[in-house]
Design a protein around this ligand. Structure first.
Ligand code: DGJ
Length: 742
């Protein structure tokens, strides 16, 4: 990996074996974007990549050169108002009302490794030689605002991480009303745009759109990254698919309001912007102050969507997630939420835990309802002390009893919320986000604590740290069950109200940072009514997240498949729940529920006491199976084979690092009669290794399985022979392939 600066052409070239990224200081001192894509050979001058062309009716910078207009030139960090009419990356509102700025190149610095982003989640290096960082300094002389653009290229993979830091080196205060993390101008728009969208219980479905002149965008103005849109988009060449073709993935490491957009201009150039949502953001900068944007990550590959996903998976698993649990197999858990909801006693919980232990579960998690006056949704949030009517011995005794059974104990919190019926609210009614004189909307009868205030974060930290210090807690589920409304903080003056959404998220990150530092061996799982904040920002603190409140196996096929576009299997909370399912009331076979949940962190969301002896035996086998193959499932290479968005059948697989073990998950939604012959062309195997197929007992070379395919034709469907047990709808299978002769 290298970062080269060519003095005479004032060109920067960042490259590794996979990618090249090239920029140049242009005649007017702005930075031009020359190239991002597959690695090309370095040379002194690539100026010709910027096509200057004299066009009629174009506003120009110089009277002696009618070809120099920013209107049709690709730039690195563009502003509005100086001949470029596309959406800008940065906007600064000045005291005289002007929004025009002009960032001129000042200099650069190259450093080994990657600097941290204070207060913000970001990718990191463990050894300096893993990455190199270029800092380019630009300055707007009139306001005195300096912008440092950071580019980190990793030694391996087509990865470029970017962020911007602003410094006020002038005198008069300004307002940053737009400060995007990334701008990428591409020379053509021949791409399909892919986004992950949905809503509660239907998160991260794959949607694609063609690009046309104008803007496509996704984003959130809810205060959390949201169920509706995810801070992740892909540009793929129309012919690219899972296995081949050019794709660029964009991911924003942020959990609050965001925007990602692509703008096609009249000349078919394409501008991608990613960063904090500008409509709900304005940051006041006074002399001497600075502002750091969140980090955005771009991944380029010409090997298709699956390779892009694998690049994100490795980066986010190894160099975004941190701490004790990063590389460890995740405990198989039993969560009581769908088993009891709010209706539990200590005795009932212990019964559930005891049965879970008998089946091989490793962690018992007590969900919502254990604290304050919480007997339902209307009270208790904010009072993080055990409800002694339900739990007479408090959390400490319950945790001890669970530990005595040989299980670890986990606990649910919703740190950012308060019910009006709580001691915390009665003592501090001004601690919620609320606009003076306006109505206060609730979500699930709860209000959002003003995490932009340090004293509020401190108070919640103290409550949580006390319980974590007193009781033997190994896991925390951190929930967030409503979006922000009437956003206003009594802490900040009028001119700083535009900062509150971002300061709120900084407060959330601060609390996460303090707790994860103080309790490094506690496993954190993020949650937001399921997957309302399933984003890379959360992964930095919590290496796993609850993917969705929809626990139905068939629904999960699409949700987990879509989520896998960016996020690793080890980050996806996936559980077996009861039938009829509580969200869609569907009855799926127990083996199918497990076969889907294996491709996640795996657990049970039910009371195992309610299962028959036969079902319990099956559960024991499932848990033993998961323990045996957990490392491959959670940390192997993941391949999507057949999309549930396209067919009645879906399939995916994982392959171990040494290519000696692979597990293929095959799922059919509806049964069919007299079905067609089907095969799955597998991926990632070693062509000359011989793999034994656990279902057939036969052995096959990797090349057969990859090029001719694994036969999945099904004789259990339709009019089956008398010796075969017929299947129903929602059938599934796991094929274990293990090397017999390496
Ligand atoms: C929403 C979560 O997604 C559920 O799993 C559960 O924890 C409930 N909140 C509890 O209120």
């Amino acid at each position: 990996m290298k970062i080269v600066y060519h003095e005479t052409s004032r060109t920067f070239h960042l490259y590794n074996d996979s990618i090249s990224y090239i920029m140049q200081v242009m005649r007017n001192g702005h930075l031009g974007q020359l190239y991002f894509g597959k690695r090309i050979r370095d040379k002194e001058d690539f100026s010709y990549f910027l096509e200057f062309c004299e066009r009629p009716m174009t506003a120009c910078i110089y009277e002696d050169d009618r070809s120099f207009s920013l209107e049709h030139i690709r730039q690195e960090y563009p502003v509005f108002g100086t001949t470029d009419y596309r959406q800008p990356a940065v906007e600064i509102r000045q005291e005289n009302g002007s929004r025009i700025s002009e960032f001129q190149y000042q200099g650069y610095q190259i450093s080994e490794g990657k600097p941290a982003l204070p207060g913000l989640p970001a990718t990191y290096t463990e050894q300096e030689e893993e990455a190199r960082t270029l800092r380019i300094t630009l300055k707007d002389e009139l306001t005195g605002i300096r912008a440092d653009l950071f580019y980190t290229i990793f030694a391996e993979g087509g990865i470029l991480a970017r962020s911007v830091k602003f410094y006020h080196e002038g005198t008069a205060p300004v307002a940053l009303s737009r400060a995007m993390s990334l701008c990428l101008d591409l020379p053509d728009c021949d791409y399909t745009w892919l986004q992950l969208s949905g809503c509660w219980a239907r998160e991260r479905y794959i949607h694609t759109r063609n690009l046309e002149p104008g803007i496509v965008s996704v984003g959130s103005m809810r205060g959390n990254s949201s169920h509706e849109q995810n801070p992740f988009v892909v540009l793929k060449r129309p012919a690219a698919d899972e296995r081949q073709g050019e794709v660029i993935g964009f991911s924003l490491i942020y959990s609050g309001n965001f925007r990602m957009q692509a703008e096609v201009d009249a000349h078919n150039t394409l501008r991608v912007l990613a960063g904090i949502e500008p409509d709900t953001f304005e940051w006041r900068l006074e002399s001497g102050e600075s502002f750091q944007t969140p980090e955005a990550v771009m991944v380029y590959t010409d090997r298709g969507l699956n390779h892009m996903s694998q690049t994100f998976h490795r980066l986010y698993q190894k160099r975004l997630a941190r701490g004790y649990w990063r590389d460890r197999e995740r405990p198989i858990l039993n969560n009581n939420w769908e088993a009891t909801y709010f209706d539990f006693t200590e005795e009932r919980l212990l019964e559930i835990a005891a049965r879970a232990k008998q089946c091989g579960v490793e962690l018992f998690v007590l969900d919502d309802g254990w604290f304050g006056a919480r007997s339902g949704e209307k009270a208790g949030l904010g009072d993080w002390e055990a409800n002694r009517e339900r739990l007479p011995g408090g959390i400490t005794r319950l945790a001890e009893q669970v530990e005595a059974m040989g299980l670890k104990f986990g606990l649910w919190f919703e740190p950012e919320m308060v019910n009006k019926d709580s001691n915390l609210y009665r003592q501090h009614p001004d601690w919620i986000l609320a606009t003076p004189g306006r109505s206060q909307s609730h979500g699930r009868f709860q209000y959002v604590l003003d995490f932009s205030r340090k004293e509020v974060v401190d108070a919640i930290y103290e409550q949580m740290a006390r319980i974590l210090g007193e009781a033997r807690i190994s896991y925390i589920k951190w929930d967030m069950n409503r979006s922000i409304t009437e956003c206003y903080s009594s802490e900040w003056p009028p001119e700083r109200q535009g900062e509150v959404y971002h300061r709120y998220i900084l407060g959330v990150y601060d609390l996460y940072e303090r707790l994860t530092r103080q309790f490094p061996e506690v496993l954190f799982e993020s949650c937001s009514s399921g997957g309302g904040r399933f984003d890379p920002g959360m992964l930095y603190y919590a290496p796993q997240g609850w993917v969705s409140d929809n626990s139905d196996a068939v629904e999960r096929l699409k949700i987990q498949y879509g989520t896998s576009l960016c996020y690793p299997i080890s980050s996806m909370g996936a559980h077996v729940s009861v039938i009829p399912n509580h969200q869609v009331f569907r009855n799926t076979p127990l083996h199918t529920r497990a076969n889907v949940a294996y491709f996640g962190t795996f657990g049970y969301e039910l009371d195992l006491n309610k299962l028959t002896e036969g079902e319990l035996e099956e559960v024991r086998e499932q848990i033993a199976f998961m323990k045996k193959y957990r490392r491959v499932l959670q940390f192997g290479w993941f391949y999507r084979l057949q999309s549930p968005f396209e067919e009645n059948e879906a399939a995916w697989m994982v392959v171990s690092e040494d290519q000696k073990t692979a597990l293929v998950g095959w799922y059919r939604v509806l049964n069919c009669v007299n079905g067609r012959y089907t095969r799955l062309r597998l991926e990632g195997l070693h062509p000359s290794y011989s793999y034994r197929n656990s279902r057939t007992g036969t052995s096959h070379f990797g090349d057969e399985l990859m090029y001719a395919g694994l036969i999945t034709s099904d004789e259990t469907a339709g009019q089956v022979p008398s010796h075969v047990k017929p299947c129903t709808d929602f059938e599934s299978r796991i094929y274990v392939l293990e090397v017999t002769e390496p």
